[in-house]
Design a protein around this ligand. Structure first.
Ligand SMILES: C[S@@+](CC[C@H](N)C(=O)[O-])C[C@H]1O[C@@H](n2cnc3c(N)ncnc32)[C@H](O)[C@@H]1O
Length: 413
């Protein structure tokens, strides 16, 4: 076992992460919360090329922490889950959840996931907040590729390299003080941070995350033995080295871009001349919301299904309301509010004749919905829809999007 794995095992045994859920019913289901990697809720983002299916999938949660696999298994009883983690204490908490909720579709393994051999490949692999702590993240990506079916999807969360910069200086100070992962150091960190000026950049960082309120979070943020921070271009490179590419982003937190320049055609033209990696690095910088970069990846041979590498033929798609966006329509204006982060977008657009209820329903092929409009109106609306998709304000699939909410926490076929 490498020194780093020993350290990670000790850290996550002493400080199980995240602060664990005690009751999945109360903390997730009743609140209608779902994981950003949930296979039911995000089917159309994970597999826009396939119609929604109620068939059992084999799902691996690599580095499943204190509750992630149990929450996913409880919310998706139809699928079969394996959760692997280095930390026995984290898994012990998941075992409590399994017992409490009588979860039957989750197997837990305490190990470095890279040591495991499986007879069957997985349809879906989830690994969030894990590979950026390894000596060589490539070893994990290779393992994921080897263990994924041809059409399988990898959900990956890694740290971005912009937002986390706000706490870099503070981390160096804590190193100089020789803080370790003991309770005294954690207490010292909390005390110092409490006294920082409200405009200190680290406060700006910490105010955005809940992690700082419990010890495991403090250790995770400030005292990690190993972390790597990614630009989008560097993550694409690392993925490519392991036969993966990005298929989609979970949301526009990091990758939405043309909304910043849509009112300036020259800038837009210049921007479109950059290659994809350059465009995404610009997006990451402008959005600057990259502590957690959440990407949906596929094997390189499935490039044709990636939102990033293909121009989406609007005639072929079904469009769907984006989670967390509330839409308001007037005849000459459309307004969108992101209920998660409060951002608000307003566009002046000729809405006359557009049936937004249907456009947002996922039930109609766009071509069929807009057929009756004049060419000019249709073109305007297509431009708007392209823009909304580009900026993660509207979702799409090549198939009808089911009302999958009714299947959440259900084993109905
Ligand atoms: C930051 S936590 C994230 C937990 C979980 N994925 C979530 O999002 O809630 C990282 C977890 O990955 C586990 N981990 C890190 N490297 C691992 C490895 N090589 N094999 C298995 N587990 C690992 C750690 O023990 C820890 O519980």
């Amino acid at each position: 076992m490498s020194e780093n794995i020993k350290k990670l095992t000790a850290q996550y045994n002493n400080y199980i992460y995240p602060k664990p859920c005690e009751d999945i019913e109360n903390e997730w289901l009743i609140k209608n919360r779902y994981q950003t990697c949930d296979p039911n809720y995000h089917w159309h983002k994970l597999w826009p090329e396939f119609p929604y299916k109620r068939e059992k999938m084999n799902i691996l949660v690599a580095g499943c922490g204190s509750d992630q696999a149990a929450v996913l298994a409880k919310c998706n009883p139809i699928h079969s889950f394996i959760g692997i983690d280095l930390s026995e204490n984290s898994l012990n908490h998941q075992k409590k959840l399994i017992k409490k909720h009588n979860i039957k579709n989750l197997k837990l393994i305490c190990d470095d996931f890279r040591n495991q051999k499986f007879d069957k490949k997985f349809d879906y692999i989830i690994s969030s907040g894990v590979i950026h702590h390894l000596d060589n993240p490539n070893t994990a990506l290779k393992f994921f590729n080897d263990n994924l079916t041809n059409h399988g999807v990898l959900f990956l969360m890694v740290y971005g390299n912009q937002q986390s910069d706000l706490i870099k200086g503070l981390k160096e100070v804590f190193k100089k003080f020789e803080f370790t992962q003991d309770k005294e150091s954690v207490g010292n960190i909390k005390n110092i941070i409490e006294k920082l000026h409200k405009n200190h950049p680290s406060k700006l960082f910490l105010n955005q995350f809940n992690d700082f309120v419990y010890d495991a979070g403090v250790v995770d943020i400030f005292l990690h033995p190993k972390e790597k921070f990614y630009s989008l271009s560097s993550s694409i490179k690392e993925l490519e080295e392991n036969n993966f590419l990005i298929k989609n982003f979970v949301d526009g937190k990091v990758a939405a871009i043309t909304k910043y320049i849509i009112d300036n055609p020259n800038l837009l033209k210049k921007f479109k001349e950059f290659n994809l990696e350059q465009q995404l690095d610009i997006a990451q910088m402008l959005n600057w919301n990259d502590r957690k970069i959440e990407v949906i990846c596929t094997k390189i041979q499935n490039k044709k299904y990636s939102k990033l590498y293909n121009k989406i033929i609007l005639d072929d798609i079904f469009t769907y309301a984006f989670q967390n966006i509330r839409y308001k329509f007037e005849t000459d204006r459309i307004e969108m509010i992101n209920v998660k982060d409060g951002t608000n977008f307003k566009f002046n657009v000729d809405n006359d004749g557009a049936d937004w209820k249907k456009i947002l329903s996922g039930q109609y092929k766009l071509k069929n919905l807009l057929n009756s409009l004049s060419d000019k109106k249709k073109k305007n609306l297509y431009n708007l829809i392209e823009f909304l998709i580009e900026n993660y304000l509207l979702d799409f699939s090549f198939h009808k999007i089911e009302d999958y909410k009714k299947y959440y926490n259900s084993d109905k076929n």
